[in-house]
Write a protein that binds this ligand. Structure first.
Ligand code: ATP
Ligand code: MG
Length: 791
C-alpha cells in the first residue's frame, strides 16, 4: 500500500534516489550547489516515515542557520508524503541542543529556565570579570577574550580540558578568566550560544545512560550543510550516531564558509574514516541556476587550490548573463538597486514581473545593509533584514526584553542591571554598588540582594521607595503570568498513562490571570518604561514606541513568555509573519542553502569582498574562504545575478577609494554582461559623465575597470598599487562628497515619508526636520527618511 504513496520520489535522479533509499548505515552526499541535496534529504525524511523506519519524532534533522531550518520545514511541507505529525527534532544545532539542555540542566548546575545570553550580554559579563582581575581593557580588550572563549567552545574545550598553550593566552589569564566566566554563568543561571552544545556534549560524555536513551530514540540522523560543522557539533553528532550509525550527512566542500567560526571542512573529508563502509553519493546536475550563472560561479571557485574539484552541469538554458555594474559610491549603488528592484517588479527586459519575495540582496558585511535599508525606507520598498543587527537588538527592545527575562527568571542579574535604573529611579552607581555588595555578601541574586538591602534599610530616600516598587512589580507580574495549580474533580472516565483510574481529585494548571501578551503590556506600562519614551522629546522616541508595540505584537504567535525569549535569543532573523511581500537583505553567510530567482551581490571591492583581513593574511586560507563565499553568493541565483561595486565608500566617516574585487577579474568573460551605470545624472552632476565609456569598454575586465571613470582620482587608481598607498587621491574624495551631499530641504517644501505620507516642512535644525504631515500631524524626523514629494 506504500508503493502508490511514494510521490516524493518522483523526478529525483538516480543518484538522489540512491541517497534517499539507502536507509541503513552511514550515507554521505557530497555535491555542489543546487544539485538537490536538501531536496533529497527531505525526501529521505518522507521515505523513513513512509517505510515505517521511524516515526516523526524519532528523526533528528539538523542544519546550520535558522533560515535554513525554516526552509527545511517549508520544503518538507511541500514534499508529497503522508505526514502525520511534524518533525519535532528538526532545527539548528543550537535550537535542538537548547531543547535537550532544558531537560538535563541540573546535570551541569543550571535550572531548566536558564537564560540564553546574546553576545552583548556575554561581553558585558566578560568586561566585569576583566575589570575585577585588574586587567587593562585597552591592551587586552574583553572582546578578544570573548572570541577566544567562543573558539574554545567551538572546539569542545571546557576550562578543565583547555590545553596550557591556550590557557596562557590573553596575558596569561585566558584559562583563569574562562573558568570564572563559566562559574559566573552558572550563578546567573545562564548559558551562551557555545554552551548549548558544549553542555550537551559534556552531559552525553558523563552520563552514558542519558546518551543511550537519545541514541535509541533518534533512529535516524540527518545533517544538512555538514561542511560547516565545528568540533563541538561534530562530537555531538558522533556521540548520537555511534550506536546505530544511521546518519546521513550532506554537504559541499566548496561552500564551507564558517572556518572563522571554527568549522572544520575536514569533518566532511573524515566522514568515511569515522563511519567505515559509508555510502558516498555524488550529485552533479544543478537544477537551480541558468547556464551563465552556473558557469560564472564555477569560473570563480576554480581559483581555489584546496578543493575536491567537481564540475556541475545543467539542462537549463544559458539564460541571462551575470550582470556587472560599477557605481560612484555606495549610496548610488543602493539607489540603482532600488530602481532595478522596482523595474523587475514591473517586468523588465522581456522578463515576467517578479515578486519582492523572489529577490534578495546578499552583502559581505552587515554594515553594508544600512544603505539599502535607508534607501528602501525612503522609496517605500518593503524589505526584511535577515541576520545582522536587527529589530531585537534595538535599545528599547533589549530593555523591554530585560524586563521580561527578569519576570521569567529572577536570577537574571544581567537583566536586572540593565533595567534597575531605566527609567530613572534614583538608583545610580552608588545604589547599584550597594545592591551588588549585598547580593555578593549573601550569595544571592541581585533581585534578592536588593530585597535584603531594603529590609536592612541599607538604602533610603527616593531610590528606596522606587526600588521597593520595582521589586513588588516583578513579584506581581510573575504571579499574574503564572498559572496557579488548583485541585479539580476528576472526570469519571479519566485515566492516566498506565491505565489505572485516578482518585477523586487531581491537580491541574488553571489559566493565569493575564496571558503573556497582556502581561507584556502590563510590565511595560507599570514599570514606567512606556512612559519614559512617551515623555522623551527626541525625534527617535515615536519610533521606539512603535517598536515596543511591534514587540508586544510579536508575542502573539507564542504560547508563553519563556518560549518567546528563547526564540529571540536563538533567532538570527526577524522575519515578521505578516503577509506583505518583501525583498530580503542578508549576509552571504546567512544565505547558505537558500535560492532566489533574482540576486543582487553589491560591494564587490577589494578590502570589502574579499575582506581586508583575508587579503592581509599570509597564506591562502582566508582568501579561499572568501572565494567560496563568492561561489555561495552567485549560486543562490536562479535567473538573474547582478554583481556591483562602488568606487568610493565611506568607512568610519572617511571617504575611501575602492578597487573592484579581484573576484570580478576571475569571472569568465563570456558569461558576464557589463552594464552602464545610468544613475549618476540624477544628481545633477551632468558634467561628470564618467559612466559613458563604461559599457563601451567591452568585456575585457581590467580595461573596463580602468575606463570606468574619468575622474582624476580614478585614473590614479588604475593600477592596484595605487590602492596600497596611505594617502587617498584628494580629488576623488572631495568630489565624492559633493556628489552625495544630503539633498537639502527647504521650509515649506512638500515631502513624503514612507509611514506618515505627505506633508510640508515646517522647520529645519541641521539634520532634523519638523514636518506637518497631512494625516499624521507634526513629527520631527531625520532628513534621510524623507524624500521630495515632487519627484
Ligand atoms: P545548496 O548546496 O545550495 O544547499 P542543494 O544541493 O541543497 O543546494 P536544493 O536546494 O535541494 O540543492 O535544490 C536546488 C533546486 O533544485 C531546488 O529548487 C530543488 O527543488 C530543485 N531540484 C532538486 N532536485 C531536483 C530534481 N531531481 N528535479 C528537479 N528539480 C530539482
Ligand atoms: Mg541545500
Amino acid at each position: 500500500s506504500d508503493q502508490g504513496n511514494r510521490k516524493y520520489l518522483d523526478g529525483l535522479n538516480p543518484a538522489q534516489l540512491e541517497a534517499v533509499q539507502q536507509l541503513d548505515g552511514p550515507v554521505l552526499m557530497l555535491a555542489g550547489a543546487g544539485t538537490g541535496k536538501t531536496r533529497a534529504l527531505m525526501a529521505r525524511v518522507a521515505h523513513l516515515i513512509t517505510c515505517h523506519r521511524a516515526n516523526a519524532s524519532q528523526i533528528l534533522a539538523v542544519t546550520f542557520t535558522n533560515k535554513a531550518a525554516k526552509e527545511m520545514q517549508v520544503r518538507l511541507q511541500n514534499t508529497p508524503y503522508d505526514m502525520q505529525e511534524p518533525i519535532r527534532w528538526m532545527g539548528t544545532f543550537h535550537s535542538i541542543s537548547a531543547k535537550m539542555l532544558r531537560r538535563h540542566a541540573e546535570l551541569v548546575g543550571l535550572k531548566s529556565n536558564f537564560t540564553i545570553l546574546d553576545t552583548d550580554d556575554q561581553l558585558r559579563l566578560l568586561k566585569q570579570l576583566v575589570a575585577a582581575a585588574n586587567i587593562d581593557d585597552k591592551r587586552w580588550p574583553a572582546r578578544q577574550l570573548a572570541s577566544l572563549i567562543d573558539g574554545w567552545k567551538n572546539r569542545a574545550l571546557t576550562p578543565e580540558k583547555l590545553p596550557s598553550a591556550d590557557a596562557g593566552a590573553y596575558n596569561n589569564m585566558g584559562g583563569t578568566l574562562y573558568a570564572q566566566y563559566q562559574t559566573r554563568l552558572k550563578e546567573l543561571n545562564a548559558v551562551d550560544f557555545g554552551d548549548l552544545l558544549l553542555h550537551m556534549v559534556t552531559i552525553f560524555q558523563d552520563n552514558p545512560d542519558i546518551l543511550a536513551n537519545y541514541q535509541r530514540w533518534f533512529r535516524y540522523i540527518l545533517v544538512d550543510e555538514y561542511q560547516d560543522t565545528n568540533v563541538a557539533q561534530y562530537l555531538w553528532l558522533r556521540l548520537l550516531a555511534s550506536a546505530h550509525k544511521n546518519i546521513c550527512c550532506v554537504g559541499d566542500d566548496d561552500q564551507s564558509i564558517y572556518g572563522w567560526r571554527g568549522a572544520e571542512v575536514g569533518n566532511i573529508l573524515r566522514f568515511e574514516k569515522d563511519f567505515p563502509g559509508a555510502h558516498v553519493v555524488r550529485l552533479e546536475q544543478n537544477y537551480r541556476s541558468t547556464g551563465n550563472i552556473l558557469a560564472a560561479a564555477s569560473s570563480v571557485i576554480r581559483g581555489n587550490k584546496n578543493r575536491l574539484g567537481k564540475e556541475l552541469w545543467t539542462e537549463a538554458d544559458m539564460g541571462d548573463k551575470v550582470r556587472l555594474i560599477g557605481h560612484w559610491d555606495g549610496e548610488e549603488e543602493a539607489r540603482w538597486i532600488g530602481e532595478e528592484v522596482e523595474a523587475m517588479q514591473r517586468g523588465t527586459r522581456g522578463l515576467a514581473p517578479k515578486s519582492l519575495e523572489d529577490m534578495a540582496i546578499l552583502v559581505r558585511a552587515s554594515h553594508q545593509m544600512r544603505a539599502f535599508e535607508d534607501r528602501f525606507l525612503t522609496i517605500g520598498l518593503p524589505y526584511r533584514v535577515i541576520g545582522g543587527p536587527r529589530f531585537y537588538e534595538r535599545l528599547e527592545i533589549r530593555d523591554a526584553m530585560a524586563y521580561f527575562r527578569l519576570v521569567v527568571s529572577p536570577d537574571d542579574d544581567l537583566a536586572f542591571e540593565r533595567i534597575v535604573n531605566t527609567p530613572k529611579r534614583g538608583l545610580g552607581n552608588v545604589a547599584q554598588q550597594k545592591i551588588q555588595t549585598c547580593a555578593r555578601a549573601n550569595r544571592v541574586s541581585l533581585v534578592e540582594g536588593a530585597r535584603i538591602l531594603l529590609e536592612e534599610k541599607g538604602i533610603g530616600g527616593k531610590g528606596a521607595k522606587e526600588l521597593a516598587t520595582l521589586l513588588d512589580g516583578l513579584d506581581r507580574w510573575r504571579k499574574q503570568g503564572t498559572a496557579p495549580i488548583v485541585e479539580v474533580p476528576l472526570d469519571d472516565d479519566a485515566v492516566i498513562d498506565d491505565g489505572a483510574t485516578q482518585t477523586a481529585m487531581r491537580l491541574q494548571e488553571s489559566a493565569p490571570e493575564l496571558n503573556h501578551v497582556e502581561l507584556a503590556q502590563v510590565i511595560l506600562d507599570e514599570s514606567g518604561y512606556t512612559a519614559m519614551w512617551q515623555n522623551d522629546k527626541t525625534p527617535e522616541a515615536p519610533g521606539r514606541l512603535e517598536n515596543l508595540k511591534e514587540l508586544v505584537k510579536a508575542l502573539e504567535s507564542f504560547d508563553n513568555l519563556q518560549g518567546f525569549l528563547e526564540h529571540v535569543s536563538l533567532i538570527m532573523d526577524n522575519e515578521s509573519e505578516d503577509a506583505e511581500q518583501k525583498i530580503s537583505i542578508m549576509t552571504l553567510h546567512a544565505a547558505k542553502g537558500l535560492e532566489f530567482p533574482a540576486v543582487f551581490l553589491p560591494g564587490w571591492e577589494d578590502g570589502l569582498f574579499p575582506s581586508q583581513r583575508s587579503m592581509d593574511e599570509s597564506g591562502l586560507k582566508g582568501l579561499e574562504e572568501e572565494r567560496r563565499l563568492a561561489y555561495v553568493g552567485i549560486t543562490r541565483a536562479e535567473e538573474i545575478c547582478t554583481i556591483s561595486f562602488a568606487g568610493n565608500r565611506r568607512v568610519f566617516g572617511q571617504w575611501q577609494s575602492q578597487l573592484p574585487s579581484r573576484f570580478i577579474d576571475e569571472l569568465s568573460e563570456e558569461n558576464v554582461e557589463v552594464l552602464t551605470p545610468p544613475g549618476l545624472y540624477g544628481h545633477g552632476g551632468g558634467s561628470r559623465d564618467f559612466g559613458g565609456s563604461f559599457g563601451q569598454s567591452g568585456l575585457e575586465q581590467s580595461a573596463m575597470r580602468a575606463d570606468a571613470y574619468n575622474s582624476p582620482g580614478w585614473k590614479r587608481m588604475q593600477s592596484r598599487a595605487g590602492q596600497y598607498g596611505t594617502s587617498q587621491p584628494k580629488e576623488s574624495a572631495s568630489s565624492a562628497i559633493n556628489l552625495t551631499a544630503e539633498s537639502s530641504f527647504m521650509v515649506g517644501e512638500r515631502v513624503f515619508h514612507q509611514k506618515f505620507g505627505y506633508g510640508n516642512v515646517l522647520a529645519i535644525e541641521g539634520e532634523k526636520l519638523s514636518v506637518g504631515f497631512d494625516k499624521a500631524g507634526e513629527k520631527k524626523l531625520v532628513a534621510r527618511f524623507l524624500s521630495k514629494a515632487n519627484d
